[in-house]
Design a protein around this ligand. Structure first.
Ligand SMILES: [Zn+2]
Length: 297
C-alpha cells in the first residue's frame, strides 16, 4: 500500500491567511525551516494507480495538482482519484468535495452523520448522484472499497463541527469523531486527524497500525491563547495536545506503528525544523508530516 500526505496542516493551513504569528511570518517569508503546508488530507493506493483520498480539504484542487500520481493520463478525462473517505463534517473535512464536481465518477464513503450534512446543504447537490456514489459506512465494520483497499471507520473522542455548536458554551460538547483505518496487502494505515483524548480504547484501536497519521494540532493545550491569536484551548477544540502527561507524545509511545504527527496548527512550534519542540518530538521517535510526504508499506 502506498500512502501520501496531501496536506499536513490543521484548518487554516500554514501560513493561515489572516495570521501574523511568529510561525506564519516565517512561513510567509519563505524560511526553509518553516515550510508551508496545506490543510489536512491523505491519500492511499493499493497499486499506485487508483487513489482514495481521506478527508476533503478546502485545498483539494491545489493538493491534486501538486502530486503527479493524481494527474489524469494524457489524453484522458480519467482521474486516478477514484474515491473519497469523509471522516469529519468540519468545513476543512468536507469543503474539498466541491472541487470534485467536474463530472467525475467517484465513490464517497462516509458515516450517516456526514452524509446527512451533505444532503442538507444544497451546494453539494452539484455532485451528480448518478456519478458520485454515496456509501454509508458504520464504525467498526470493515468495507471493501472496490479498489484493493479495505476501510474501517474508527470512533475517536471528539466534538461536533464548530458551525453546529451552541457558541455560548464554554466547554466543548463531547461527541464522536472519526479516524479511517485502511488495509491492503496485510499492511494497515490509520489516519486520525482529530482525537480529544488518547484513552485506552483509542490505544487499542491504534495498535493495529503499521503507519499512523495522528492529530498534532497543538503542542501545548493553551498555545493559541499564549500566542495571542485566539481564546480556545485544545481541549475546547477537541484536540489532545502533543506535550504533557496525558499528551499524545507520552500516550502513543508504546504503539508499534511508525508515528507521524499531522493536522498541525500554525501556532505549533514543532512545525519549525529548528525548534526545541521539533527536536523533542523526533528524539521520542515521532515524525512531523509535510505536504508530499510518501510511504510505501
Ligand atoms: Zn499563525
Amino acid at each position: 500500500m502506498q500512502c501520501l500526505v496531501l496536506g499536513a496542516a490543521a484548518g487554516g493551513g500554514f501560513p493561515q491567511w489572516n495570521c501574523g504569528c511568529s510561525l506564519c511570518v516565517r512561513a510567509r517569508a519563505g524560511d526553509p525551516a518553516a515550510r508551508p503546508r496545506t490543510q489536512a488530507s491523505a491519500a492511499v493506493s493499493a497499486d499506485g494507480g487508483q487513489w482514495l483520498i481521506i478527508g476533503a480539504s478546502p485545498d483539494m484542487r491545489q493538493q491534486i495538482l501538486a502530486n503527479d500520481v493524481l494527474a489524469p493520463p494524457p489524453g484522458t478525462r480519467a482521474s486516478p482519484v477514484v474515491g473519497v473517505v469523509l471522516i469529519s463534517a468540519d468545513i476543512d473535512g468536507i469543503a474539498g468535495m466541491l472541487v470534485l464536481r467536474e463530472q467525475q465518477r467517484l465513490r464517497v464513503f462516509a458515516p450517516a452523520s456526514i452524509l446527512k450534512v451533505m444532503a442538507a446543504n444544497g451546494v453539494f447537490a452539484s455532485l451528480d448522484p448518478a456519478l458520485v456514489e454515496r456509501v454509508e459506512i458504520a464504525a467498526g465494520v470493515p468495507v471493501e472499497t472496490g479498489f484493493g483497499v479495505s476501510l474501517t471507520l474508527l470512533e475517536m473522542p471528539g466534538k461536533i463541527p464548530l458551525y453546529q455548536e451552541n457558541r455560548s458554551l464554554a466547554v466543548a460538547e463531547p461527541a464522536i469523531t472519526y479516524a479511517a483505518q485502511l488495509e491492503s496487502g496485510g499492511k494497515t494505515c490509520i489516519v486520525a486527524p482529530a482525537c480529544a483524548d488518547v484513552n485506552d480504547a483509542v490505544l487499542r484501536q491504534l495498535s493495529a497500525a503499521d503507519l499512523l497519521l495522528f492529530d498534532g494540532t497543538l503542542f501545548t493545550d493553551d498555545e493559541m491563547v499564549q500566542a495571542g491569536v485566539g481564546q480556545k484551548t485544545g481541549k475546547r477544540m477537541g484536540h489532545v495536545s502533543v506535550s504533557g502527561p496525558d499528551g499524545s507524545l507520552a500516550r502513543l509511545a508504546k504503539l508499534p506503528a511508525r508515528k507521524i504527527f499531522f493536522h498541525i496548527n500554525n501556532t505549533n512550534p514543532m512545525l519549525l525544523e529548528d525548534s526545541a519542540e521539533r527536536r523533542q518530538v523526533e528524539a521520542a521517535g515521532y515524525e512531523v508530516a509535510f505536504d508530499g510526504m510518501r510511504f510505501s508499506l
